[in-house]
Ligand binder design. Structure first.
Ligand SMILES: C[S@@+](CC[C@H](N)C(=O)[O-])C[C@H]1O[C@@H](n2cnc3c(N)ncnc32)[C@H](O)[C@@H]1O
Length: 218
């Protein structure tokens, strides 16, 4: 299953995008339970999907994090991909505020092998991040688009030196930087501007899916 293209205009040339997807490995650990839970929402578009999921998996495999934080679980696609790179005895915290999404992902995780590595937290990400007492190696930001700057301020002190943040949707279907940008896109634009002005980090925005801001703490 891939994302429905008509719902998700690619920011790159569609022919090239299709070529990239056809010539990239697929995440092999995506379970039947994950696919059917995601389909059942009628919002497959919200899940990371194969292409971004593969990128998340490979980033995690390079970093070999002990602690990962995902902000916005949905049905667990990103969590299952990121988990593939965890160090031995590592843990992934993933936060979801919608009880329906939380329940779906609970089922997905319970049926996935080695689900003990996943700490699934129900509630508002802003509240939960503030209370987390952890040192973070890798963070995937993928929840409320107007809250990205707030999430960054909350998680930055908990991120280790050299730690990585991957923030999704930062090109907002190509609307960021355009006069007809919407409210959510304006939140993402403000986040991108905040990051480039912050000399405690280095970053690069990559045109993967809806745009990923790849940020490293110096
Ligand atoms: C784009 S989906 C996440 C997709 C998932 N990361 C993946 O890789 O498949 C965003 C999720 O964030 C959740 N969300 C939105 N606002 C939130 C908040 N303030 N705190 C926690 N979760 C939130 C939504 O309910 C939704 O399930």
């Amino acid at each position: 299953m891939t994302k429905h293209k008509e719902e998700f205009p690619h920011i790159t040339d569609p022919v090239l995008q299709a070529y990239c997807e056809e010539h990239s490995s697929k995440p092999a650990f995506i379970t039947e339970a994950l696919e059917s839970a995601t389909e059942a929402t009628g919002q497959y578009i919200m899940a990371s999907g194969q292409y971004l999921g593969k990128y998340l998996q490979m980033m995690s495999m390079i970093i070999r994090p002990k602690v990962i934080l995902e902000i916005g679980t949905f049905t667990g696609y990103g969590a299952l991909c990121l988990r593939e790179g965890l160090a031995k005895d590592g843990i992934i915290y993933t936060i979801e505020k919608d009880p329906k999404h939380y329940e779906l992902a609970q089922t997905v995780f319970s049926e996935a092998p080695e689900s003990g590595h996943i700490k699934h937290l129900l509630g508002d990400a802003g509240d939960i991040i503030a209370d987390l007492e952890v040192e973070l190696d890798l963070v995937f930001v993928d929840a409320a688009k107007r809250q990205y700057s707030k999430y960054f301020d909350l998680l930055f002190p908990k991120l280790r030196k050299g730690g990585v943040i991957l923030a999704d949707n930062v090109l907002w279907k190509g609307k960021v930087g355009h006069p007809d940008n919407d409210k959510l896109g304006q939140g993402l634009d403000a986040f991108n501007k905040k990051i480039i002005a912050d000399d405690r980090v280095e970053n690069i925005i990559l045109p993967i899916d809806d745009g990923v801001n790849f940020i490293i703490k110096k």
